[in-house]
Design a binder for this molecule. Structure first.
Ligand code: NAD
Length: 423
């Protein structure tokens, strides 16, 4: 472990950058925020006020920060999906260790090149697969590892993004046009691929996938009146304001001014009149080493994450459905009428403001960070582990697009460039 406080800088001070820096600022004995970069000055100012220190430096772009002499030990890269690779490569050459938001990069080629450079330069890159740092997923992992389910046979996992969340992010928002950001299965579900990879504990061998954009499209414009739940003016409702806050700083702004802002904003559009391409449902089937099979379903109209894990001795059900309807977080049922155990997971990282963010994963991740950066052993979300999860997600998209079974080792080799990464 490093002994002194880690000096932290951030590029991209939007939604994610702000949450991480707020949590980092709470650990003033372990971290010092020394710089931030974003073209929107108010966003940098907000980080500056969290940092508090007199030596804090503001920059208006990632390039400006990275052209300056190295000023921190760790750089958080929380810009949008398409602008991860270039600043990461520059920062690695400059000597920074990185905390990198998922998706790591917007193409698998770039992810592979990023790993090559980081490995060559011996820099640490920790990817924000924050779900691994929640008490719930840690408990799932421990149960699977303990052997109480027997030999693992199969996993069914699902993620319901939720209709409003989907409309906000994947119809009107940043990830609505897959070609300009990343495919939904990468943007949203690289978390789910990562959890499958972690729980199963082996590498994925092959993948098939189907899915499409069925509902949120122009052909369904006549349904507008039937679906008031998607109306843009709902952004002024108190329980929807937190979504607005992700894209518009409305403090001190009247309802009328919010509505005027919406008129000119992508978030003011009808969900049937956007130029979106993100699929609203997708299924993925996967085979892992050890002949373990898995399925994963992403669906805009379901809510929450759920798991069914079957082993030779017992089966497990877990997730949002259990919590809402079965009065527990996890149920383990031994086969042949054996014992049934209901488990409630106590959140080890409760937090008044961010406890609900990724099930407590954001809080757990930042708490674990000094250890992740400092220890000799690879972090839970090491670059190579996260690269495999991303490989699964990109291969799933390729399988969906081409309607073919994708062999992961061939897919990896096919995207590994013979050229050297950016220098
Ligand atoms: N871990 C998770 O679960 C999770 C959740 C949501 C988003 N994400 C990912 O986090 C990343 C950031 O998402 P977000 O919602 O915070 O986005 P955002 O749009 O709110 O923030 C991105 C910020 O980058 C800034 N920016 C643009 N160009 C820049 C430049 N040249 N230099 C410096 N800053 C620049 C923008 O002004 C903006 O403030 C994305 O890759 C996203 O997919 C991860």
């Amino acid at each position: 472990m490093r002994q002194t406080r880690e000096r932290v800088a951030v590029i991209g001070c939007g939604n994610r950058g702000r949450v991480y820096m707020d949590l980092v600022a709470e650990q003033a004995d372990r971290f010092e925020i020394v710089a931030a970069a974003d073209p929107i000055p108010s966003r940098v100012s907000r980080i500056k006020s969290m940092a508090g220190g007199k030596s804090f430096k503001s920059f208006s772009s990632a390039d400006d920060l990275l052209d300056a002499p190295k000023l921190a030990d760790v750089l958080f890269v929380t810009t949008q999906d398409r602008y991860h690779y270039e600043p990461c490569i520059k920062a690695l050459h400059k000597g920074y260790d990185l905390v990198l938001e998922k998706p790591m990069c917007s193409s698998i080629e770039d992810i592979i090149k990023l790993e090559e450079v980081a490995t060559r330069l011996e820099r640490r890159v920790v990817v924000c697969h924050v779900l691994r740092y929640t008490s719930f997923y840690r408990k799932l992992f421990d149960i699977v590892q303990s052997g109480q389910l027997g030999t693992l046979i199969s996993v069914n996992a699902s993620e319901g993004i939720g209709p409003w969340h989907f409309a906000h992010s994947y119809v009107r928002g940043h990830w609505s046009v897959m070609e300009d950001s990343t495919p939904t299965i990468v943007a949203k579900c690289s978390h789910d691929m990562d959890i499958l990879h972690w729980l199963i504990g082996s590498r994925c061998k092959r993948i098939s996938s189907f899915g499409s954009l069925s509902f949120f499209k122009k052909e369904n414009a006549s349904l507008e009146a039937e679906y008031p739940m998607f109306a843009a003016r709902r952004y002024i409702e108190p329980n929807v304001r937190s979504w607005l806050a992700q894209v518009f700083d409305y403090s001190g702004v009247s309802e009328e001014e919010i509505l005027t802002w919406l008129d000119d904003s992508p978030w003011g559009r009808s969900v049937f009149a956007c130029n979106n391409s993100a699929v609203d449902h997708q299924v993925v089937s996967l085979e892992f080493e050890g002949e373990i099979t898995a399925t994963f379903t992403m669906n805009a109209f379901d809510e929450g994450r759920n798991y069914e894990i079957t082993g030779t001795k017992a089966r497990l059900r877990a997730g949002d459905f259990c919590s809402q309807h079965m009065d527990c977080d996890i149920v383990v049922s031994e086969h042949a009428g054996g014992k049934v155990r209901k488990i409630n997971v106590k959140d080890q990282n409760p937090h008044p403001k961010y406890g609900g963010y990724h099930n407590g994963g954001d809080v757990g991740f930042i708490k674990a960070l000094p250890k992740l950066l400092g220890s000799q052993t690879p972090p839970l979300t090491s670059l190579s582990t996260s690269m495999h999860s991303h490989l699964m997600a990109f291969a799933a998209e390729e399988a969906r697009r081409t309607k073919q079974v994708i062999e992961l080792s061939a897919y990896y080799q096919g995207h590994k460039s013979s050229e050297h990464a950016l220098d």
